[in-house]
Each structure stands twice: as structure tokens, then as C-alpha cells.
Design a protein around this ligand. Structure first.
Ligand code: AMP
Length: 191
């Protein structure tokens, strides 16, 4: 099973992607998590990515694409994956199709868009996470920028995947367990 998760920061993408990855026994590829790990370990990728992440801007496509290609080529990703936080703009979406073709991997089964969470709730959730996790990109100013970048660069993907009939919206403005149940139902219908 190959799934792409779309949605604004704070919609619960990471949480739901992790639960489903466990359920489906496929790797959960969160570009944000992988980037944060690189920053922590001060790898050359991490050093290059940090200034963008600290401002809430997107890390340059070339860096992210190289990183994703490496992850998709790993043995664990042969039978499926869940992409969380990638693609993040139209260029990355096109590049992903090219990558999969080049690697002779089948296309994704579904693009799930976690939607309907009001902007004020997103802001609240992100602020709470900032307090809990101490992330350097969760200050109020950076947080607003991340939402702005989402609307400007990532939201157009909803139309893009709707046009190619791959998009399935899921209402994320419900308790966590209800969202998970809806997602499992969707996947069950696919199998
Ligand atoms: P996330 O945890 O998905 O919200 O990502 C945290 C930060 O990592 C983002 O604000 C970006 O700076 C960077 N990032 C994550 N995924 C991508 C991506 N696909 N393309 C560019 N930057 C990314």
C-alpha cells in the first residue's frame, strides 16, 4: 500500500500516518522527521536545511528530493510506504511521479487529504505542541509562516490530485480515534 498524506500543519498528519504505518506494516516516511533528525545529527543535509526550517520556509526541492529518493530505494520501502509532509509543492509532486517511474515502483494508491480543521484550531494545536516538544520552528511567528507557506505552496496539491482523481478527503476535525477509523475503512475498501 502506498499512501500520501496531505494537510495543513496541526491537522494530525504525523499522528495518523504513524498509526496507519504500524497497522499496514509499511515505513512511515515523514520528511519533517527525517530533516529534524539530520539537523540534530548536524549532517551536511541538516546544516543546509536548518535555516529554512527555523523560518518555517520549505527546504530547497533538490535537497528534499535526494533524501526521499534514498528512502524510497531502501529495502523496507519496496512493498509500500506512507509519505507524510511530501510532496509539499507542485514541483515535488511531479518529481515524485518521475522518481517512482524511474524506480519501477507502482504509483501511489491514494492521496489522503486531512481537512476541515479550522485555522484557529490549527494554531492552538501547534502552539500546544511547541510548549510540549520545544521545537525551534513552533514559535508564534514561524508557526504563522508555516501556515502561510502551506496555503501558498502545498494547498494547490489538493486541486492537482483531485484532477488526476487520486484525492480522498477525510474530515480531521473529529476525535483522533474517529479519524483513524475512517482511514482504516478507506484502506479496507481499497484492499
Ligand atoms: P513538518 O514536520 O512536515 O511540518 O516539517 C517541518 C519543516 O521541515 C517544514 O517547515 C519545512 O521547513 C521542512 N520540510 C518538511 N518536509 C518538506 C518538504 N517536502 N519540502 C520542503 N521542506 C520540507
Amino acid at each position: 500500500m502506498r499512501l500520501i498524506f496531505l494537510g495543513p500543519p496541526g491537522a494530525g498528519k504525523g499522528t495518523q500516518a504513524a498509526i496507519l504505518a504500524g497497522f499496514l506494516e509499511v515505513p512511515h516516511l515523514s520528511t519533517g522527521d527525517i530533516l529534524r533528525q539530520n539537523v540534530k545529527q548536524k549532517t551536511s543535509l541538516g546544516v543546509k536545511a536548518k535555516s529554512y526550517m527555523d523560518k518555517g520556509e520549505l527546504v530547497p526541492d533538490s535537497l528534499v528530493l535526494e533524501m526521499v529518493e534514498e528512502k524510497l530505494a531502501e529495502k523496507e520501502a519496496k512493498e509500500g510506504w506512507i509519505l507524510d509532509g511530501f510532496p509539499r509543492n507542485l514541483y515535488q509532486a511531479g518529481a515524485l511521479d518521475g522518481l517512482l517511474l524511474g524506480m519501477k515502483q507502482p504509483e501511489y494508491d491514494l492521496v489522503i487529504s486531512l481537512d476541515q480543521v479550522p485555522e484557529a484550531v490549527l494554531v492552538d494545536r501547534l502552539a500546544n505542541r511547541a510548549r510540549e516538544q520545544g521545537r525551534s520552528d513552533d514559535t508564534p511567528e514561524v508557526l504563522r509562516n508555516r501556515l502561510r507557506v502551506y496555503h501558498a505552496e502545498t494547498e494547490p496539491l489538493i486541486q492537482f490530485y483531485t484532477n488526476c482523481l487520486r484525492l480522498t478527503p477525510v474530515n480531521a476535525f473529529q476525535p483522533l480515534e474517529a479519524v483513524t477509523e475512517n482511514l482504516k475503512k478507506l484502506i479496507h475498501e481499497l484492499k
